[in-house]
Ligand binder design. Structure first.
Ligand SMILES: [Zn+2]
Ligand SMILES: [Zn+2]
Length: 369
Protein backbone atom coordinates (compact mmCIF):
# COMPACT_ATOMS: atom_id res chain seq x y z
CA UNK A 1 0.00 0.00 0.00
CA UNK A 2 1.24 3.48 -0.89
CA UNK A 3 2.10 5.50 2.19
CA UNK A 4 0.69 8.99 2.46
CA UNK A 5 2.76 12.02 3.33
CA UNK A 6 2.98 12.32 7.13
CA UNK A 7 2.31 16.05 7.10
CA UNK A 8 -0.78 15.43 5.02
CA UNK A 9 -1.93 12.67 7.40
CA UNK A 10 -1.76 15.04 10.35
CA UNK A 11 -2.93 18.02 8.32
CA UNK A 12 -0.07 20.29 9.39
CA UNK A 13 2.30 22.45 7.31
CA UNK A 14 5.89 21.23 6.85
CA UNK A 15 7.24 23.93 9.14
CA UNK A 16 4.79 23.09 11.94
CA UNK A 17 6.21 23.23 15.47
CA UNK A 18 6.13 20.40 18.01
CA UNK A 19 3.12 21.84 19.79
CA UNK A 20 1.10 22.08 16.56
CA UNK A 21 1.95 18.50 15.62
CA UNK A 22 0.90 17.32 19.05
CA UNK A 23 -2.37 19.21 18.91
CA UNK A 24 -3.14 17.95 15.41
CA UNK A 25 -2.43 14.37 16.41
CA UNK A 26 -4.47 14.53 19.58
CA UNK A 27 -7.45 15.98 17.75
CA UNK A 28 -7.41 13.47 14.91
CA UNK A 29 -6.56 10.43 17.02
CA UNK A 30 -9.47 11.07 19.34
CA UNK A 31 -11.76 11.33 16.31
CA UNK A 32 -10.80 7.84 15.14
CA UNK A 33 -10.75 6.27 18.59
CA UNK A 34 -13.41 3.52 18.81
CA UNK A 35 -15.25 5.47 21.50
CA UNK A 36 -15.79 8.37 19.15
CA UNK A 37 -15.56 7.03 15.62
CA UNK A 38 -18.75 7.84 13.74
CA UNK A 39 -18.14 5.84 10.53
CA UNK A 40 -19.76 2.46 9.80
CA UNK A 41 -16.55 0.73 8.84
CA UNK A 42 -14.64 0.13 12.07
CA UNK A 43 -11.61 -1.26 10.27
CA UNK A 44 -11.30 1.94 8.28
CA UNK A 45 -11.29 3.93 11.50
CA UNK A 46 -8.67 1.60 12.90
CA UNK A 47 -6.46 2.00 9.81
CA UNK A 48 -6.72 5.78 10.04
CA UNK A 49 -5.88 5.65 13.73
CA UNK A 50 -2.73 3.65 13.04
CA UNK A 51 -1.70 5.86 10.14
CA UNK A 52 -1.97 8.86 12.48
CA UNK A 53 0.12 7.13 15.15
CA UNK A 54 2.87 6.40 12.64
CA UNK A 55 2.89 9.95 11.30
CA UNK A 56 2.98 11.29 14.83
CA UNK A 57 5.79 9.00 15.93
CA UNK A 58 7.97 10.24 13.08
CA UNK A 59 7.15 13.95 13.13
CA UNK A 60 7.34 14.27 16.91
CA UNK A 61 10.88 12.86 16.96
CA UNK A 62 13.43 15.43 15.71
CA UNK A 63 15.81 12.79 14.32
CA UNK A 64 13.16 10.74 12.55
CA UNK A 65 11.54 13.89 11.26
CA UNK A 66 14.82 15.08 9.78
CA UNK A 67 15.33 11.75 8.04
CA UNK A 68 11.82 11.89 6.69
CA UNK A 69 12.17 15.51 5.52
CA UNK A 70 15.37 14.65 3.69
CA UNK A 71 14.68 11.22 2.25
CA UNK A 72 10.95 10.61 2.64
CA UNK A 73 9.58 7.23 3.70
CA UNK A 74 12.73 5.53 2.36
CA UNK A 75 14.90 7.36 4.86
CA UNK A 76 13.10 5.78 7.81
CA UNK A 77 14.07 2.20 7.03
CA UNK A 78 15.90 0.91 10.05
CA UNK A 79 15.15 4.11 11.99
CA UNK A 80 13.09 2.18 14.54
CA UNK A 81 9.60 3.35 13.61
CA UNK A 82 7.02 1.01 15.15
CA UNK A 83 4.88 -1.28 13.06
CA UNK A 84 1.45 -0.19 14.21
CA UNK A 85 -0.47 -2.58 11.97
CA UNK A 86 -0.21 -5.39 14.51
CA UNK A 87 -0.92 -3.24 17.55
CA UNK A 88 -4.18 -2.78 19.41
CA UNK A 89 -5.76 0.54 20.29
CA UNK A 90 -4.85 0.12 23.92
CA UNK A 91 -1.16 -0.37 23.15
CA UNK A 92 -1.05 2.66 20.90
CA UNK A 93 -2.86 4.76 23.47
CA UNK A 94 -0.52 3.77 26.23
CA UNK A 95 2.46 4.48 23.96
CA UNK A 96 1.36 8.05 23.41
CA UNK A 97 -0.57 8.25 26.68
CA UNK A 98 0.99 11.57 27.59
CA UNK A 99 -0.76 13.26 24.74
CA UNK A 100 -4.26 12.29 25.70
CA UNK A 101 -3.95 13.16 29.32
CA UNK A 102 -6.53 11.63 31.58
CA UNK A 103 -9.31 12.01 29.04
CA UNK A 104 -8.74 8.57 27.67
CA UNK A 105 -7.22 5.93 29.84
CA UNK A 106 -7.12 3.65 26.83
CA UNK A 107 -8.36 0.10 26.89
CA UNK A 108 -6.29 -0.79 29.89
CA UNK A 109 -8.87 -0.25 32.57
CA UNK A 110 -7.96 0.86 36.05
CA UNK A 111 -9.00 4.14 37.56
CA UNK A 112 -8.60 7.07 35.26
CA UNK A 113 -5.82 9.48 36.08
CA UNK A 114 -6.62 13.16 36.34
CA UNK A 115 -6.90 15.43 33.35
CA UNK A 116 -3.80 17.18 32.14
CA UNK A 117 -3.94 20.93 31.99
CA UNK A 118 -2.20 23.16 29.53
CA UNK A 119 -0.77 26.58 29.90
CA UNK A 120 1.51 28.77 27.87
CA UNK A 121 4.59 30.77 28.78
CA UNK A 122 6.17 33.38 26.56
CA UNK A 123 9.91 33.97 26.70
CA UNK A 124 12.19 36.52 25.10
CA UNK A 125 15.36 35.35 23.36
CA UNK A 126 17.34 36.92 26.20
CA UNK A 127 15.46 34.68 28.64
CA UNK A 128 16.13 31.65 26.44
CA UNK A 129 19.83 32.42 26.86
CA UNK A 130 19.69 32.43 30.66
CA UNK A 131 16.69 30.29 31.53
CA UNK A 132 13.73 31.89 33.28
CA UNK A 133 11.46 31.57 36.29
CA UNK A 134 7.77 32.25 35.97
CA UNK A 135 4.85 32.31 38.31
CA UNK A 136 1.86 30.54 36.88
CA UNK A 137 -1.64 31.26 38.04
CA UNK A 138 -4.40 29.01 36.88
CA UNK A 139 -7.70 27.47 37.88
CA UNK A 140 -8.20 23.76 38.21
CA UNK A 141 -10.75 21.40 39.66
CA UNK A 142 -9.51 20.25 43.04
CA UNK A 143 -10.72 18.23 46.00
CA UNK A 144 -13.54 19.89 47.90
CA UNK A 145 -12.30 20.83 51.34
CA UNK A 146 -15.69 20.59 53.01
CA UNK A 147 -16.17 16.89 52.23
CA UNK A 148 -12.51 15.98 51.63
CA UNK A 149 -13.40 14.99 48.08
CA UNK A 150 -15.96 12.33 48.99
CA UNK A 151 -18.94 14.38 47.79
CA UNK A 152 -20.93 13.32 50.85
CA UNK A 153 -22.26 15.82 53.35
CA UNK A 154 -19.91 15.84 56.37
CA UNK A 155 -21.15 13.27 58.87
CA UNK A 156 -22.82 11.04 56.25
CA UNK A 157 -21.35 8.05 54.41
CA UNK A 158 -21.76 7.27 50.71
CA UNK A 159 -23.41 3.93 49.75
CA UNK A 160 -21.75 1.22 47.73
CA UNK A 161 -22.69 1.42 44.02
CA UNK A 162 -24.96 -1.43 42.91
CA UNK A 163 -24.01 -1.30 39.21
CA UNK A 164 -20.33 -2.08 39.70
CA UNK A 165 -20.44 -3.57 43.20
CA UNK A 166 -18.05 -0.89 44.43
CA UNK A 167 -15.31 -1.55 41.84
CA UNK A 168 -15.91 1.69 39.97
CA UNK A 169 -15.60 -0.13 36.64
CA UNK A 170 -17.65 -2.29 34.34
CA UNK A 171 -16.52 -4.39 31.40
CA UNK A 172 -17.99 -3.83 27.96
CA UNK A 173 -17.32 -5.49 24.64
CA UNK A 174 -17.00 -3.03 21.81
CA UNK A 175 -17.70 -5.57 19.07
CA UNK A 176 -14.89 -7.15 17.08
CA UNK A 177 -11.38 -6.21 17.80
CA UNK A 178 -11.39 -4.63 21.19
CA UNK A 179 -12.77 -5.11 24.64
CA UNK A 180 -12.76 -2.39 27.20
CA UNK A 181 -12.98 -1.87 30.89
CA UNK A 182 -14.96 1.28 31.36
CA UNK A 183 -15.67 3.60 34.17
CA UNK A 184 -18.97 2.70 35.81
CA UNK A 185 -21.64 5.01 34.39
CA UNK A 186 -23.68 5.01 37.60
CA UNK A 187 -21.03 6.10 40.09
CA UNK A 188 -18.54 7.51 37.58
CA UNK A 189 -15.73 5.39 38.97
CA UNK A 190 -16.16 6.28 42.61
CA UNK A 191 -17.57 2.88 43.56
CA UNK A 192 -19.96 4.67 45.84
CA UNK A 193 -23.15 6.68 45.48
CA UNK A 194 -23.64 9.82 47.46
CA UNK A 195 -27.15 9.92 48.92
CA UNK A 196 -26.70 13.07 50.95
CA UNK A 197 -24.52 15.38 48.84
CA UNK A 198 -22.10 17.97 50.14
CA UNK A 199 -23.60 21.41 49.58
CA UNK A 200 -20.32 23.05 48.58
CA UNK A 201 -19.52 20.76 45.64
CA UNK A 202 -23.05 19.41 45.06
CA UNK A 203 -21.78 15.86 45.53
CA UNK A 204 -19.01 15.93 42.97
CA UNK A 205 -16.23 16.10 45.56
CA UNK A 206 -14.49 18.70 43.41
CA UNK A 207 -14.48 22.46 43.42
CA UNK A 208 -12.70 24.95 41.24
CA UNK A 209 -9.62 26.39 42.86
CA UNK A 210 -6.92 28.83 41.99
CA UNK A 211 -3.39 27.50 41.97
CA UNK A 212 -0.20 29.55 41.99
CA UNK A 213 2.95 27.76 41.01
CA UNK A 214 6.45 28.72 40.04
CA UNK A 215 8.09 27.05 37.08
CA UNK A 216 11.67 27.10 35.92
CA UNK A 217 12.15 27.15 32.17
CA UNK A 218 15.57 25.67 31.40
CA UNK A 219 17.99 27.62 29.21
CA UNK A 220 18.21 26.96 25.49
CA UNK A 221 14.56 25.94 25.18
CA UNK A 222 12.92 26.10 21.77
CA UNK A 223 9.61 27.54 20.64
CA UNK A 224 6.88 24.92 21.01
CA UNK A 225 8.67 22.78 23.58
CA UNK A 226 6.85 21.71 26.69
CA UNK A 227 7.87 21.82 30.32
CA UNK A 228 5.86 19.17 32.13
CA UNK A 229 4.97 19.61 35.75
CA UNK A 230 4.03 16.24 37.14
CA UNK A 231 0.90 15.91 39.25
CA UNK A 232 -0.13 19.54 38.84
CA UNK A 233 -3.19 18.74 36.74
CA UNK A 234 -6.62 17.77 38.00
CA UNK A 235 -7.24 14.99 40.51
CA UNK A 236 -7.89 11.53 39.09
CA UNK A 237 -10.50 8.97 39.96
CA UNK A 238 -10.27 7.34 43.32
CA UNK A 239 -7.01 5.39 43.59
CA UNK A 240 -5.42 7.17 40.66
CA UNK A 241 -2.93 9.98 40.24
CA UNK A 242 -3.34 13.60 39.28
CA UNK A 243 -2.79 14.66 35.73
CA UNK A 244 0.10 16.90 34.75
CA UNK A 245 0.37 20.55 33.87
CA UNK A 246 1.93 21.02 30.47
CA UNK A 247 3.55 24.34 30.03
CA UNK A 248 3.97 25.19 26.34
CA UNK A 249 6.83 27.54 25.70
CA UNK A 250 6.62 30.14 22.98
CA UNK A 251 9.57 32.34 22.17
CA UNK A 252 8.82 35.95 21.26
CA UNK A 253 10.29 37.11 17.99
CA UNK A 254 13.28 39.42 18.55
CA UNK A 255 13.25 42.75 16.67
CA UNK A 256 16.77 42.14 15.28
CA UNK A 257 17.77 38.54 15.86
CA UNK A 258 16.43 35.41 14.24
CA UNK A 259 17.17 31.98 15.59
CA UNK A 260 18.60 29.07 13.62
CA UNK A 261 19.07 26.21 16.06
CA UNK A 262 21.45 27.67 18.65
CA UNK A 263 22.83 30.26 16.23
CA UNK A 264 21.51 33.77 15.80
CA UNK A 265 21.39 35.85 12.66
CA UNK A 266 21.12 39.59 12.39
CA UNK A 267 21.11 41.72 9.28
CA UNK A 268 22.81 45.10 9.42
CA UNK A 269 22.29 47.71 6.73
CA UNK A 270 25.44 49.47 5.51
CA UNK A 271 25.96 52.07 2.83
CA UNK A 272 27.69 51.54 -0.49
CA UNK A 273 30.68 53.56 0.68
CA UNK A 274 30.97 51.64 3.97
CA UNK A 275 30.96 48.42 1.97
CA UNK A 276 33.58 49.67 -0.48
CA UNK A 277 35.91 51.41 1.98
CA UNK A 278 35.31 49.34 5.10
CA UNK A 279 33.81 50.66 8.35
CA UNK A 280 32.99 49.94 11.97
CA UNK A 281 29.27 49.58 12.65
CA UNK A 282 27.11 48.61 15.61
CA UNK A 283 25.35 45.26 15.58
CA UNK A 284 22.69 44.12 18.06
CA UNK A 285 23.54 41.03 20.15
CA UNK A 286 21.81 39.40 23.11
CA UNK A 287 24.24 41.21 25.40
CA UNK A 288 23.62 44.62 23.82
CA UNK A 289 25.28 46.58 21.03
CA UNK A 290 28.59 45.38 19.76
CA UNK A 291 30.98 47.08 17.36
CA UNK A 292 31.79 44.98 14.33
CA UNK A 293 34.20 45.65 11.49
CA UNK A 294 32.95 45.75 7.92
CA UNK A 295 35.98 44.69 5.84
CA UNK A 296 36.75 46.89 2.80
CA UNK A 297 35.19 45.45 -0.36
CA UNK A 298 32.31 43.77 1.45
CA UNK A 299 29.68 42.43 -0.98
CA UNK A 300 25.93 42.60 -0.45
CA UNK A 301 24.85 39.67 1.74
CA UNK A 302 28.33 38.82 3.00
CA UNK A 303 28.56 37.93 6.67
CA UNK A 304 30.92 37.70 9.58
CA UNK A 305 30.64 35.37 12.59
CA UNK A 306 30.75 36.43 16.22
CA UNK A 307 31.82 33.30 18.07
CA UNK A 308 29.81 32.15 21.13
CA UNK A 309 27.34 35.01 20.96
CA UNK A 310 24.47 32.64 20.18
CA UNK A 311 22.18 30.62 22.44
CA UNK A 312 23.28 27.84 24.80
CA UNK A 313 22.67 24.23 23.87
CA UNK A 314 20.11 22.81 26.35
CA UNK A 315 22.26 19.73 27.01
CA UNK A 316 25.88 20.87 26.88
CA UNK A 317 25.37 24.56 27.65
CA UNK A 318 27.79 25.31 24.79
CA UNK A 319 26.87 28.52 23.05
CA UNK A 320 26.18 28.87 19.36
CA UNK A 321 27.45 31.75 17.21
CA UNK A 322 25.95 34.95 15.94
CA UNK A 323 26.14 35.67 12.26
CA UNK A 324 26.09 39.31 11.19
CA UNK A 325 25.04 39.76 7.59
CA UNK A 326 25.64 43.06 5.80
CA UNK A 327 23.01 44.42 3.45
CA UNK A 328 24.04 47.27 1.21
CA UNK A 329 21.48 50.04 1.03
CA UNK A 330 21.48 52.37 -1.94
CA UNK A 331 20.49 55.92 -0.99
CA UNK A 332 17.13 57.01 -2.39
CA UNK A 333 17.93 60.69 -2.14
CA UNK A 334 21.24 62.45 -2.79
CA UNK A 335 22.38 66.00 -2.10
CA UNK A 336 23.79 68.03 -4.98
CA UNK A 337 27.31 67.52 -3.72
CA UNK A 338 26.81 63.74 -3.40
CA UNK A 339 25.35 63.51 -6.87
CA UNK A 340 28.28 65.43 -8.27
CA UNK A 341 30.84 63.18 -6.52
CA UNK A 342 29.08 60.01 -7.62
CA UNK A 343 28.97 61.25 -11.21
CA UNK A 344 32.69 61.81 -11.05
CA UNK A 345 33.09 58.26 -9.74
CA UNK A 346 30.89 56.93 -12.52
CA UNK A 347 33.07 58.67 -15.09
CA UNK A 348 36.15 56.85 -13.79
CA UNK A 349 34.21 53.58 -13.67
CA UNK A 350 33.46 53.87 -17.37
CA UNK A 351 37.19 53.60 -17.98
CA UNK A 352 38.05 51.06 -15.29
CA UNK A 353 35.20 48.60 -15.49
CA UNK A 354 34.80 46.58 -12.28
CA UNK A 355 35.80 42.90 -12.62
CA UNK A 356 32.41 41.35 -11.88
CA UNK A 357 30.68 43.91 -14.09
CA UNK A 358 33.13 43.18 -16.90
CA UNK A 359 32.37 39.48 -16.68
CA UNK A 360 28.69 40.24 -16.88
CA UNK A 361 28.96 42.42 -19.99
CA UNK A 362 31.27 39.95 -21.71
CA UNK A 363 28.78 37.16 -21.06
CA UNK A 364 25.99 39.38 -22.33
CA UNK A 365 27.92 39.98 -25.55
CA UNK A 366 28.65 36.26 -26.01
CA UNK A 367 25.03 35.36 -25.44
CA UNK A 368 23.35 37.89 -27.73
CA UNK A 369 26.26 38.38 -30.14
ZN1 LIG B 1 -20.51 2.10 40.09
ZN1 LIG C 1 -17.82 18.76 48.88
Amino acid sequence: MQKRDYYEVLGVPREAGVADIKRAYRRSALKYHPDNYKGDDKSEGEAKFKELAEAYEVLSDPQKRQLYDQYGHQGLRGAGVHDFSGMGFGDIFSMFGDIFGGGFGGARGGPRRGYDLETEVELTLEEVATGADRTLEFERMDFCETCSGSGAKPGTTPEKCKTCGGHGQVETSGGGFFRMVRTCPTCRGAGTIVTDPCSDCRGSGRTKKKRVLSVHIPLGIHDGQVVRMRNEGEPGEKGSVRGDLRCYVSVKPHPFLTRHGNDLLCQVPITFTQAALGATVEAPTLAGREEVVVPPGTQHGEAITLKRRGLPDPRSGRKGNQVVQFLIEVPRKLTKKQTQLLRELADIEDINVLPVKKGFFEKLKEYFG
